[in-house]
Design a binder for this molecule. Structure first.
Ligand code: SF4
Length: 288
């Protein structure tokens, strides 16, 4: 199992558990790239500006903290870009389960939750299972109070890997599904628009929800609406929907577009989420 930053103990920064204490494991690798984020024309690769504010030589970078925050594209490119693969060792799920426990007061979860994020954690379904099983093996039982998996919703679900989490945590186990929109992320629908897969996650874990990153482009909102319509048809009801403004930096989150996006979300009956970790810790977000 490869993770892309040291496990850390903080709070959830976005979505329904914002502000709640949790531990984090961020896996390495993703099946998307989202180079269109924060570009003037997200769906036009020929127009894209560079991802980093300065030219960097990945080979000279010795640790994840030395990677500058991208100004365009995926804000966690350090968690999947092959250019940074050399920074992350392979370890066993048991090793990372123990590392997480070492972060906690008296090594006990008590009321603390846990998040698997990335990159794309659904590339590591067996490993996620094995991390959880390692916690379950403790005597007395020592598992997270709640557990979320942050995913782009494109990888087929292998239910057997998550049955233990769901059966032990009930509605406190969920997928936070963030489908990527063409006119926001640059990802083509053929690969990134999979309401059928997201529906299978929600059918398996009903407290799961959708979380879209958007800008003000009407074409992005058209795709978002179509996605919600499609998944509502598949499920027979409309799942919980959250919307966040695109932007990895404080400056981007505080732009004049954020309140416009919040108003658009409210008018459509969607929840709006700030990115609390950006607002709280600024642009030094690794490990926060
Ligand atoms: S799906 Fe998430 S981690 Fe993967 S490239 Fe897109 S924003 Fe980054």
């Amino acid at each position: 199992m490869k993770i892309s930053e040291k496990p850390f103990y903080s709070v959830q920064g976005e979505g329904k558990n914002t502000g709640k204490l949790c531990t984090w494991l961020r896996v390495f690798g993703c099946d998307l790239q989202c180079r269109g984020f924060s570009q003037d024309e997200p769906a036009n690769p020929a127009s894209w500006k560079p991802q980093f504010p300065e030219i960097i030589d990945p080979k000279r970078i010795k640790c994840v903290e030395e990677i500058p925050l991208p100004v365009t594209g995926c804000d966690s490119a350090f968690s999947w870009s092959p250019a940074f693969k050399h920074l992350y060792p392979d370890r066993t799920p048991n090793y990372y389960a123990e590392e997480v426990l070492n972060l906690l007061p008296n090594k006990k979860f008590n009321k603390v939750g846990h998040i698997f994020t990335g990159g794309e954690p659904m590339l590591y379904q067996q490993d996620l299972h094995d991390v959880f099983r390692s916690w379950v093996a403790a005597t007395p039982l020592n598992i997270p109070n709640w557990l979320g998996i942050e995913t782009n919703g494109t990888r087929e679900l292998h239910p057997s890997k998550f049955i233990m989490m769901r059966d032990m945590l009930g509605s406190d186990f969920y997928f936070s599904i963030s489908p990527k929109l063409l006119h926001v992320s640059g990802e083509k629908e053929k690969k990134a628009h999979r309401p059928d897969i997201a529906a299978s996650y929600i059918q398996f874990a009903p407290s799961s929800y959708l979380k879209f990153v958007v800008n003000t482009d009407p074409r992005a909102w058209e795709q978002l609406t179509r996605y919600v319509d499609d998944i509502s048809t598949l499920l027979g009801y409309t799942p919980e929907v959250w919307v966040m403004a695109c932007g990895a930096t404080v400056e981007q989150q505080e732009s004049e577009y954020t309140p416009i996006i919040a108003d658009m979300a409210i008018s459509k009956g969607y929840n709006f989420s700030v990115r609390a970790h950006v607002i709280t810790w600024g642009n030094a977000q690794i490990g926060k």
